[in-house]
Design a binder for this molecule. Structure first.
Ligand SMILES: C[S@@+](CC[C@H](N)C(=O)[O-])C[C@H]1O[C@@H](n2cnc3c(N)ncnc32)[C@H](O)[C@@H]1O
Length: 286
């Protein structure tokens, strides 16, 4: 039953249209957290809204109200806890298990199709630098679909995310294949020049600042999966220009091999992925 129908008779008729039509659920049958945005006009009814969610989704143990946009270097939302105390869950996605607490680490279930798409492009034996890895969901999906991948370094600065990534390595039985590294992405790349077949850059609001680092640590003919945001009218243009500018500054040849709209990021703004190949050998002209 829809949340709005459930709240008929509790929320006044003139405010019913403001009741959100959806919310995110992170977790699984063993326990889940619901995350919802409630407009200020419905403030008085927030606990009734939370109770209605719990009544209809028996696995939901806690309801969090999202306050404002993601912020800070760990890219976290602020939440108001409406019901429930425990917010640590095991989320199940495409056959992998991810332990996390959304109040402490970044995670978005809305990226699941992008994870599958990226995983379908990875080749045998790749050694991958997964920058801005959070709890490392892309790494586990990649290995599920391509077990022949040699090694994935999951590089992340949030210590809580690293702790969950380590738990998830054990949960998904990929010890020795995924290595969580608590390190700044640019420092990591500085130490690991020309080392990776692929560099994944899942930080849409800031990855562009790290493009020189990614280009340094990818090997000749390696691939960079670059995330950015762009307006509905021309979602890829900014990302393409930034990529080409950095490649030119660093005197490497880059070729865009694939572009993808990941999902809506804000009204009329998309999160996009631009995949490009880096050729580091200089062409000599005689
Ligand atoms: C948008 S989240 C993506 C997390 C994960 N890849 C996912 O899809 O769930 C970006 C992550 O980058 C981390 N981060 C931000 N700046 C960083 C840096 N300089 N080096 C390493 N990680 C960083 C944040 O803590 C956050 O967990």
């Amino acid at each position: 039953m829809k949340l709005r129908d459930e709240l008929r008779g509790i929320v006044p008729q003139d405010l019913l249209s403001l009741v959100p039509s959806g919310f995110d659920i992170i977790g699984s049958r063993s326990g889940a957290v619901a995350i919802i945005e409630i407009p200020n006009e419905l403030d008085k009814f927030k606990y009734e809204i939370a109770k209605a969610i719990i009544k209809n989704s028996r696995n939901v143990k806690a309801v969090l109200r999202r306050i404002g946009p993601r912020s800070g270097e760990f890219r976290l939302y602020s939440y108001e806890k409406l019901i429930g105390e425990v917010t640590e869950v095991i989320h199940v996605e495409s056959g992998i298990r991810l332990m996390l607490d959304p109040t402490k680490v970044f995670f978005s279930p809305r990226d699941q199709y992008d994870r599958l798409d990226l995983a379908s492009r990875v080749k045998d034996n790749e050694v991958i630098a997964y920058l801005f890895a959070g709890i490392a969901p892309y790494a586990f999906i990649i290995l599920k679909h391509k077990p022949t991948v040699r090694l994935i370094y999951a590089v992340e600065i949030n210590p809580e995310a690293i702790r969950y990534a380590e738990v998830n390595v054990r949960l998904n039985k990929v010890r020795g294949k995924v290595v969580p590294v608590e390190y700044d992405a640019s420092l990591f790349c500085e130490k690991m020049r020309n080392s990776f077949h692929r560099v994944i850059m899942t930080l849409p609001l800031g990855a562009h600042q790290y493009l020189p680092s990614a280009i340094n640590c990818v090997m000749d003919e390696g691939i960079v999966n670059f995330y950015h945001i762009g307006p509905e009218e021309d979602p890829f243009r900014d990302a393409e220009e930034i990529v080409m500018k950095h490649c030119s500054n660093m005197s490497v040849n880059c070729r865009i091999i694939n572009e993808r709209i990941v999902r809506e990021y804000a009204p009329r703004v998309y999160k996009v992925r631009v995949d490009f190949e880096v050729n580091k050998r200089q062409t000599t002209h005689t």
